[in-house]
Design a protein around this ligand. Structure first.
Ligand code: SF4
Length: 190
């Protein structure tokens, strides 16, 4: 079981990857990048749990292309996340992983999750390197690794800005995409 904050079915290639996908926001992040637009996801408290079989079932029923795993920090739950990634790959669904870690920081299980994912977007968000016109990345130090299968030759479409802000009934908010520093300060500080 992994602990998540939210799950959504999404279709926005620029932000989440090709096709119709299950997007999971995992709960908790131990990295705490300065300028992170989702600090409410840092706490490991609360959230709900979802199993690898439930995730597979959603992908099958909704006829999805695959899973996109966002943070919080997904690799902080690598011991459970590896079961999800392996099961989806065995069943021909694609996996896209967003992580704040870089490869040399990973332990063996985290590395397994990284290697089995079809596409990995990696690295801290660095405020001074912010660039709102990159696909998948919020700062220029972040890297995209295209490992296998259908995304091996994936062409990134940098050059335009997209942001989706979702505000929930309980007052919580998810921001996905890329905000200028001014807009980010305005939203995150409120
Ligand atoms: S940007 Fe990602 S890795 Fe960095 S603090 Fe925010 S959730 Fe964690």
């Amino acid at each position: 079981m992994i602990k998540i904050q939210k799950q959504m079915i999404v279709e926005n290639e620029h932000l989440y990857g090709p096709g119709k996908r299950l997007l999971l926001y995992l709960k908790g992040c131990s990295i705490h990048c300065e300028g992170c637009i989702n600090p409410h996801l840092w706490s490991f408290e609360g959230g709900t749990s979802i199993s690898e079989n439930e995730i597979l079932e959603i992908c099958r029923i909704e006829k999805l292309e695959g899973l996109t795993i966002h943070g919080g920090e997904p690799l902080d739950q690598a011991n459970e996340l590896i079961k999800v990634v392996e099961l989806l790959k065995e069943n021909s669904f694609t996996v896209i992983l967003f992580t704040g870690y870089i490869k040399k920081e990973l332990n063996n299980v985290q590395l397994k999750v990284w290697n089995k994912s079809d596409l990995v977007v990696a690295g801290r968000f660095e405020n001074e390197k912010r660039n709102v016109n990159l696909q998948f990345r919020g700062s220029t130090n972040q890297r995209v690794y295209k490992h296998s299968g259908p995304y091996k030759n994936y062409k990134l479409t940098d050059g335009y800005t997209t942001a989706i802000i979702t505000i929930y009934d309980d007052g919580n908010m998810d921001i996905n995409g890329f905000l200028t520093e001014d807009v980010s300060k305005l939203i995150v500080s409120n």
